[in-house]
Design a binder for this molecule. Structure first.
Ligand SMILES: Cc1ncc(COP(=O)(O)O)c(C=O)c1O
Length: 421
């Protein structure tokens, strides 16, 4: 049914009825009975950690992304740290990433005593801009960490080309991008190493968890040691050989992912294709609807890219709105739509400002985008009704704040069933 013009509905923030009665989060896991059974089976087995499920999960993920090796870690952050270690990052080195990411992408460089350097983003995808990257490379640069923001891979061919001559290691932060495709290749098999996260809001979850994929055996070996204290063999290998002796050959950590978590991951991975299909369907519905809504800029998708849609971040066209992002954010929350912001640019966090002297204006494109961004709910467990609620609430709120003369194309919006809940 077609709703009447939204400008006539009072916003919940002004005392009107919210579009929903309960908060719809921006992301959430889906756990089904077979996932629970897979975990219970492991709880009844001999191996709660460093057992057979770890290798099984690693092999399944490597096969899914088309990489030779996959090494499981206790989180995406630990996996990033592992990749920074395997790339040989150390004091005196620099590594370059985009400021528009989660702090962990840059923090992992600091864990290795290397210096995080930022380069600005592309105006369309908000991913690391190859031209800006090229200007930041110097003789201390050892690695580049492109981020597949929201699940849309960066311009990897251009980045790999820049990295080639100075022999930089390219580590893709693919924490948003499990299942994404880039020019016919699967994310996870494009960079020298790729890092995934299995946090509950991701495409596949293990509670906490992460993985590094790579085609290089020396990286895989280094990653395996690093996640296990720097010890050259693990408990399962020693058990199989009836061996007790082990040697610590490098300084590592306990970053192991348990068999309990891996069993959940194996079960979840079987649903990845269905989860991606649902996310793509939701993204398509959002894009088709919001493309015609003045005041909203929908995410760009480049030719040859099939994003994994971890997030659906819209940008507010503030010149066409009578208010700022904070007010739109509050108004959407009042409608019970759990919007979020991804991200405050990393260089503007107090820690980075104080330690490295970064300031507003250093990366203008990332900063301008960051002030406009709002992530709408996006997870594979969203019902059709949830999607309709988001569409209804965004249309209602944005229309209410459109500047005069900006309203004509966006007064009506569709909703397939019923009145607002
Ligand atoms: C871009 C990015 N990198 C790294 C991480 C860290 O992953 P984890 O939460 O599994 O440690 C996240 C987490 O959401 C992320 O979004």
């Amino acid at each position: 049914m077609w709703m009447t013009p939204t400008s006539q509905q009072a916003l919940a923030i002004d005392g009107g009825t919210p579009v929903r009665q309960t908060l719809l989060p921006y992301g959430r896991q889906s756990i089904e009975e077979d996932d629970i059974q897979a975990v219970v089976e492991v709880l009844r087995s001999d191996w709660l950690t460093t057992g057979p499920k770890v290798g099984e999960f690693e092999e399944a993920l490597a096969a899914r992304v088309g990489a030779k090796f996959a090494v499981a870690f206790s989180s995406g952050t630990a996996a990033l740290h592992g990749a920074a270690f395997a790339a040989g990052l150390k004091a005196g080195d620099e590594a370059i990433t985009s400021p528009l990411t989660f702090a962990a992408t840059a923090n992992c460089m600091l864990y290795q005593s290397a210096r995080p350097v930022f380069a600005d983003v592309c105006p369309d995808t908000l991913n690391l801009n190859p031209e800006c990257l090229a200007k930041r490379v110097n003789r201390n640069t050892r690695a580049v960490f492109p981020v597949a923001y929201a699940g849309h891979p960066a311009d990897m061919d251009a980045i790999l080309a820049i990295a080639e001559k100075p022999r930089l290691i390219v580590i893709e932060d693919a924490c948003h991008a499990l299942g994404a495709e880039y020019r016919g290749r699967r994310t996870g098999s494009v960079a020298h190493m790729s890092v995934f996260s299995f946090h509950p809001v991701k495409h596949v979850t293990t509670g906490e968890g992460g993985m590094v994929t790579t085609d290089r055996a020396e990286f895989a070996e280094s990653l395996r040691r690093f996640r296990n204290h720097g010890i050259s063999s693990d408990a399962l290998q020693r058990h199989a050989k009836g061996q007790w002796h082990y040697e610590m050959v490098a300084l590592g950590y306990n970053y192991r992912l348990t068999d309990v978590a891996c069993a959940l991951g194996i079960s979840q991975l079987k649903k990845l294709d269905a989860n991606l299909a649902r996310r793509r369907e939701i993204a398509e519905q959002y894009t088709v609807t919001f493309r015609g809504l003045r005041g909203i800029i929908v995410p760009s998708v480049r030719e040859g890219v099939n994003p994994a849609w971890h997030l659906y971040p819209v940008r507010l066209d503030l010149a066409r709105l009578s208010t700022d992002r904070a007010q739109i954010f509050k108004a959407l929350r009042a409608e019970n739509i759990g919007v979020n912001i991804h991200y405050v640019p990393v260089h503007l966090h107090p820690y980075y400002r104080e330690r490295f002297g970064y300031k507003p204006g250093d990366f203008p494109l990332a900063e301008a985008a960051s002030d406009q961004l709002i992530s709408l709910p996006m997870f594979h467990g969203m019902t059709d009704r949830d999607v309709e609620d988001v569409i209804a609430a965004v249309s209602k709120v944005v229309t209410a704040y459109q500047l005069k003369g900006e309203r004509s194309e966006s007064l009506a919006f569709s909703r397939s069933a019923g009145e607002p809940t």
